[in-house]
Design a protein around this ligand. Sequence first.
Ligand code: GRF
Length: 216
Amino acid sequence: MALPFAVLISGRGSNLLALERATRDGRIDGRIVAVLCDRVDAAGIPAARALGLEASVLEAAQGMDRAAYGAALSAALEAGGARLVVLAGFMRILDAGFVRHWAGRLLNIHPSLLPAYRGLHTHRRVLEAGERIHGCTVHFVVEELDAGPIVIQGRLAVRPGEDEGSLSARVQRLEHIIYPRAVGWMAEGRLTWRDGTAYMDGAPLRPAIVEEEPCV
Ligand code: GRF
């Protein structure tokens, strides 16, 4: 049966659109049952609705703490029937209770080659440091930020003189390849989680790597 999954966004939603495309062309044996967003003005919401997806806004109410927001989010996800939760540019830090509840069923994409460059503004920091190699990572979410087991990484060579805009566009193209692949593996039951450990085809998970195709 196609895996019912939810996608959480805060912004443009380009990864959401890439995932939706992959459900239609058969790369993911799954269906998006809910799109949830914490910002009413996110461009991803109309984009999702235009594709016929159920998209809702869940803003934090005044004075709502992280745990209460996480509980409300979980309730909405359960009500939608999600069995996997995919963070795609969701900018809110999730509380420990939420992460524990969805452990092994919660994926994130981060715009760096983790464990390098956790946190924000990764492209700028990579350029400032003069790195030659950069990319993006899909990982399971654990309580520590940007620290869970790595499923797949997209890797590219930083070009001499490259600016932040160009680098982020190239990394995003890789994101749109690796995220559908990781979710596809979850849907096929190849990527699993047991007692806090991730497995691929029954063996302890080792990160898969996708290299950027050279431009011709
Ligand atoms: C992506 O670059 C992702 O790595 C980061 O947030 C961005 C979301 O972009 N976590 P989009 O909203 O999917 O276009």
